[in-house]
Ligand binder design. Structure first.
Ligand code: GUN
Length: 290
């Protein structure tokens, strides 16, 4: 039997609709949520991300403040901009697009963001709140992944969850969210022994390693929920010379024959990330001035 395909694009559309309704109600109460996005340099992929973020921010009725800085901006100037955004009452969320150009250190820039405006959930304060089960802002991709998991498996209590990957941006926060939902959580990584066997335990398998199609069909327990966070561009000579295509961390064609439900790439977790950024901006606005 072929798996249910979890449609992240349509889920994200629905979420944006609910956010737009909530923004309208906030505006009626005199609060107009705003998101500031900082782009340093002109990396083409980052330009595309930032453009989509700004467009979708405006589409749900929020204010979008774009700050573009040259690649040779100093560390001090960049941190000074973050300080101004922290102090600006019209700014509810601050996102500094990563990666930063060579020569700039992302860590102190992220640390400079006020935790209540940290809509990426990347500050130590928000990571700590998540680990301790306190109210805070949760990284967007993990938040979106959890929404998709719950759309097919509302009760995670006692389920075996395996997260492959331990990044601060994705693997660790997803593991925390699954734990908070009472799943039994294993975090696997590059040093894990017998990864296929560990993965086969999973009722919920989350792949966040950044290696194209590394999770094969025979890693998957029949009926499992498979969430593919990977977005990898690989050569596709069958489409013509120099052409590429996007694949996830999961070998989708094999996996969909065994899983109970699975996210595709593209159209799975990806569209949820920006929708959750908007959800976080709304949360930040209501926590700070709701
Ligand atoms: N670059 C790619 N994805 C992200 C993200 O989610 N947040 C930030 N700040 N930069 C990114």
């Amino acid at each position: 039997m072929s798996a249910t395909i979890i449609d992240g694009k349509s889920f994200a559309e629905g979420l944006r609709g609910r956010i737009a309704t909530a923004v309208e109600a906030m505006k009626a109460n005199g609060v107009h949520p705003g998101l500031a996005v900082v782009l340093v340099g002109n990396d083409p992929a980052s330009e595309v991300y930032v453009g989509s973020k700004a467009r979708q921010t405006v589409e749900v009725g929020m204010r979008s403040f774009e700050h573009r800085l040259p690649a040779d901006v100093s560390q001090q100037e960049l941190e000074a901009l973050v300080a101004r955004l922290n102090a600006d009452p019209e700014v509810d969320g601050i996102l500094v697009q990563l990666p930063l150009p060579a020569g700039l250190d992302a860590e102190p820039v992220i640390a400079a963001i006020h935790p209540d405006k940290d809509v990426d959930g990347l500050t130590h304060a928000n990571a700590g709140r998540l680990a301790n089960g306190a109210v805070g802002l949760v990284p967007c991709t993990p938040l979106g992944s959890m929404m998709l998991i719950r759309s097919v498996l509302p009760d995670l209590s006692g389920k075996e969850a395996v997260v492959v990957g331990r990044s601060n941006l994705v693997g660790k926060p997803i593991a925390q969210l699954l734990l908070a939902a009472n799943a039994t959580v294993t975090v696997a990584h590059s040093r894990t022994r017998d990864l296929p066997e560990v993965c086969r335990r999973a009722d919920v398998l989350v792949a966040a390693v950044g290696r194209p199609e590394m999770i094969r069909g025979d890693y998957i327990k029949p009926g499992a929920v498979v969430i593919d966070v990977g977005i990898n561009r690989i050569p596709a000579p069958e489409r013509g010379e120099g052409k590429t295509r996007l694949v996830g961390d999961v070998a989708f064609q094999e996996a969909k024959e065994i899983a109970g439900a699975i996210t595709p790439v593209p159209g799975g977790v990806g569209p949820m990330t920006i929708a959750c950024l908007l959800a976080n901006t709304l949360t930040a606005a209501s926590l700070r001035r709701g």
